[in-house]
Design a protein around this ligand. Structure first.
Ligand code: 2AM
Length: 566
């Protein structure tokens, strides 16, 4: 009887010659954690397909080790204007330089993550792919450049890449014990946790508070959501993704401009919606990008647009896109005839927006808080609204729900050692994670010193969470608070000016092992703060320019210089 333990097999199969389990490395460069979680899924699928596999962060890989990797999958995201993720910047630089080793034995495939609304879409993926080939690597599956809605691309890519690697890694003459006809084990990503990117949690809005005083030019709101019953967990330093809806008036305007029936049916991934529903909750109806214009003009066939899309007119196209949205395209280049389905087909899925969490779960169990700057401006003769920030400001009421999920930010955390000092630079909404950090340290009973640099336009109206900071200061949890209100005097004063004024002490804190955190505007503030940091090291540490750079590099390598910038 089959299954009977006492049965002696009539024949004993000869032990098959041991076949070494092939190894596979999934190398990732991540900023908000998406590449990292896809790398983890790829590793699971690789293991299921018979590989010995691990995920490696670019931040942790020595360049010289690259040549020892035979089977390599790379997942890397692109940030801002074609930049690598913060944690991958050093690796990227070295990899693109002539220090990179020859890769004669490496089989590879690359998946790039990006955002089609940026000009240098998926530049990192493209660079890694081209460089791996130039160094002698063998591409076993085509690169994929994925937009914010990357799930389907990822599924296709990792299945194709694993299949190709499997075929290449397996000796042509398969051992008798593994008949050639046996199907390879299907690559299966891990079972998803209940609430996730794919299945966001409807979180109830408990409270919304306007943080700016009357007369402020800013509109910054504090939001408290309930995570009760979600099973969702987060840590201070993580981000919350919010899946917004478009504004009703923007949707109506869109439908009228396109001269379509709001109640007519459209299909999106085989699901039927009315056009109004699709434009409200499913599609990115605002972000204008080259791919959107291209797809639109396949229908509109406007010669002026065709001209603009010509590669020789790249600069003109960029300047056309600047400050415009899809509705401008519909107005300025009306299509003679466009069906609802065709129009829907030019747009991408409405992407979630990430916000740095402003609370510690230890201080607010079952809740998550956000600090959101509401975006409104005029451009090209129309009022524009930031999709998600105005959704949070005016389209959900207290007691209503918004779809959310947590995206971890593994490195942006309070120091593991409770005694080490923290220096936090967070002007504007950059304050958010530092409110979480201080709450976290208070709950932990951490004794390390804490120093906050905060700035905004005016003391009277824009001192976000003023009373909380003053209480922390009185309690001694906050050791030092330096404020830069840029528009309260004739000359602008910024956080980096306050850093320079305190250069001696700042240097002393760093020498004592302080962590240095920056959150907020990436394009100018974070760059200027970085320059100030280098200057302070030269001035107070007596370091040369190169030594100051090396000091900063060491801070980064030790994960003591951490940025969450956007
Ligand atoms: P400003 O708008 O008055 O110039 C938060 O938005 C604060 O950051 C504001 O006080 C803003 O000042 C300031 N800010 C603007 N540019 C900055 C920069 N390059 N470095 C630091 N802070 C900056």
């Amino acid at each position: 009887r089959a299954g009977s333990g006492s049965a002696t097999p009539a024949t004993v199969a000869p032990a098959a010659a041991p076949v070494a389990t092939p190894e596979l490395t999934v190398l990732y460069g991540t900023e908000s954690g998406n590449s990292e979680s896809l790398a983890d899924l790829t590793v699971k699928a690789a293991k299921a397909a018979g590989f010995k596999s691990k995920a490696v962060n670019m931040a942790d890989l020595k360049l010289g080790k690259l040549k020892d990797i035979q089977n390599l999958l790379v997942i890397v995201s692109t940030w801002g204007e074609g930049d690598p993720p913060e944690t991958a910047a050093d690796f990227y630089e070295a990899f693109m330089s002539d220090k990179a080793p020859k890769l004669a034995d490496t089989r590879f495939s690359v998946m790039g993550l990006g955002d089609t609304s940026y000009e240098d879409f998926c530049k990192m993926g493209k660079d890694f792919d081209a460089r791996l080939e130039a160094l002698g690597g063998k591409r076993i599956a085509d690169r994929v450049d994925a937009d914010v809605d990357y799930d389907d691309d990822f599924a296709k890519w990792h299945k194709a890449a694993l299949k190709a690697l499997k075929a290449a890694a397996q000796p042509a003459a398969a051992p008798a014990s593994a008949p050639a006809s046996a199907p390879a084990p299907a690559a299966q990503p891990a079972a998803p946790i209940k609430y996730s990117r794919k299945n966001p949690f409807p979180a109830e809005l408990n409270e919304r508070v306007m943080l700016n005083g009357e007369g402020s030019a800013k509109e910054t709101i504090h939001l408290e959501f309930s995570l009760e019953g979600s099973g969702l967990e987060y840590q201070a330093g993580d981000a919350l993704a919010v899946v917004p809806h478009n504004a009703e008036d923007v949707v109506e305007d869109f439908i009228q401009t396109a001269k379509l029936d709001a109640e007519g049916p459209v299909l999106i991934k085989e699901r039927e919606f009315t056009l109004r529903e699709a434009l409200t909750s499913q599609l990115d109806i605002t972000s204008l990008s080259m791919p959107v214009i291209k797809r639109y003009n396949e229908i509109a066939k406007d010669p002026k647009l065709a001209e603009l899309l010509d590669p020789s007119n790249k600069a003109e196209l960029q300047s056309y896109i600047y400050g415009r949205e899809i509705i401008d395209l519909l107005h300025e280049f009306p299509a003679k005839e466009i069906s609802a389905d065709a129009l829907v087909g030019i747009m991408r899925k409405l992407p979630p927006r990430l916000y740095s969490i402003a609370s510690s779960p230890k201080a607010h169990p079952g809740e998550v808080h956000l600090t959101v700057g509401v975006v409104r401006y005029d451009a090209h003769g129309r009022n524009r609204k930031g999709v998600c920030s105005t959704y949070l400001a005016e389209r959900i009421a207290e007691g209503e729900k918004a779809d959310v999920f947590v995206t971890p930010n593994k490195h942006f955390k309070v120091p593991a050692d409770n005694d080490l000092p923290m220096i936090m630079v967070g002007p504007g909404t950059g304050i958010a994670p530092f409110r979480a950090f201080i709450e976290e340290r208070k709950e932990l009973g951490a004794k390390g010193d804490n120093w906050l640099f905060f700035g905004d336009q005016h003391y009277l109206t824009d001192f976000l969470y003023q009373t909380e900071w003053q209480d922390y200061l009185a309690d001694g949890i906050l050791t030092k608070l330096d404020l830069a209100f840029s528009r309260d005097q004739k000359e602008k004063v910024y956080v980096q000016d306050r850093m320079r004024e305190n250069s001696k002490e700042l240097y002393a804190w760093l020498e004592k092992g302080a962590y240095f955190y920056v959150c907020g505007d990436a394009s100018r503030m974070a760059t200027d703060v970085d320059v100030a940091l280098h200057d302070i090291l030269q001035q107070e540490g007596g370091l040369s320019e190169d030594d100051a750079k090396a000091y900063v590099k060491k801070l980064k390598d030790d994960k003591r210089y951490l940025r969450d910038v956007y």
